[in-house]
Ligand binder design. Structure first.
Ligand code: PLP
Length: 303
């Protein structure tokens, strides 16, 4: 059996076979939840999305997620056609339709909608946006820490595909992930244009050296909400944290490394390019940050 692990692995849950999916305001059974083959998202990857989690009946950091969604939509000149309150109501509608309360992951997607002709020009998208919300029962499972391999692929640059866009087109990240998998790892570690350590293909990346927490400057990676929460938690709890340039030498020599993302919170990294990082297991600083993050979620959901 393959020993393959991803950063987005959830425990099997039979309830996910019979989900109701939000498609443009209607709740559709999973097997019948479809978009047109002319949809801009399907045809061109022309859309933006957010991944959110529900804990104890509350969407964690929902304001930050909605800010990022609306900012991305504005940047790609896509009119969501709904207010923030309406988008939030669509999340709540999907949640209620599926009778969901906690340990839920939502992928909220908005595309430029159905096209008149199968070509690129945005003016050919004539239907208005398509919105889909897939909401799953989702308890992350981590059979072991993640193994990374460095790959030649980079996340987009601000003047190509801005790395701060949660774009439907993930091809460069998918190619990075494929390269890492072929190198025997689980996910890809991507460098920035200068060769400094940047991000993984699906999560933000941190190292711990002598009790200090380092992450990239943020210029070339996703403006991850979990990344920012970890930085804020470090600052609030006297853990030295730096957003800085650092190289693979610093990284291989780190005491700990971990990934951040809404799905997995903080996931320990065991190995990078065949070098064991620290003990190869969840380290004490990562464990402390995980505890602080868990407490923050509890605070957030108790509001
Ligand atoms: C490339 C990439 N990096 C990082 C993240 C993590 O971001 P967040 O912490 O907001 O989930 C994501 C998730 O959307 C991502 O796609």
């Amino acid at each position: 059996m393959s020993d393959h692990v991803t950063t987005h692995q959830a425990q099997e849950d039979a309830r996910n076979e019979s989900l109701l999916i939000y498609v443009d305001g209607e709740m559709k059974p999973r097997a019948k939840a479809m978009v047109s083959v002319y949809d801009s998202g399907f045809m061109l990857g022309d859309g933006v999305w957010e991944g959110l989690r529900l804990y104890d009946g509350r969407w964690a950091f929902v304001d930050e997620h909605l800010d990022r969604l609306f900012e991305a939509a504005k940047a790609i000149d896509l009119d969501i056609g709904m207010t923030r309150d309406q988008v939030f109501a669509a999340l709540e509608q999907t949640c209620a339709a599926n009778d969901m309360h906690t340990d839920v992951h939502a992928r909220l997607m908005v595309t430029r909608g159905v096209k008149r002709l199968p070509f690129q020009h945005p003016s050919l998208s004539v239907s208005g946006p398509t919105m889909v919300i897939i909401m799953e029962h989702s308890k992350p499972k981590a059979p072991r820490p993640i193994r990374l391999a460095t790959v030649p692929h980079q996340r987009g640059l601000p003047m190509t595909q801005d790395p701060k866009l949660n774009s439907h087109s993930k091809l460069n990240c998918i190619l990075a992930c494929i390269a890492a998998e072929k190198a025997g790892a689980d996910e890809a570690l991507m460098l920035d244009v200068h060769g400094f350590v940047n991000t993984t293909n699906a999560c933000n990346f941190f190292i711990v050296r002598k009790g200090q927490v380092w992450t990239s400057t943020g210029d070339y990676c996703m403006n991850g909400i979990t990344r920012q929460k970890v930085i804020d938690l470090c600052r609030a709890n006297d853990i030295e944290v730096f957003e800085r340039n650092y190289s693979l030498v610093d990284t291989y020599g780190a005491d700990e490394a971990f990934l951040t993302g809404t799905f997995g919170a903080q996931s320990p990294v065991s190995e990078i390019d065949g070098r064991v990082i620290g003990s190869g297991q969840l380290g004490p600083v990562t464990e402390r940050i995980r505890g602080l993050y868990k407490a923050l979620i509890q605070q957030e959901t108790a509001k």
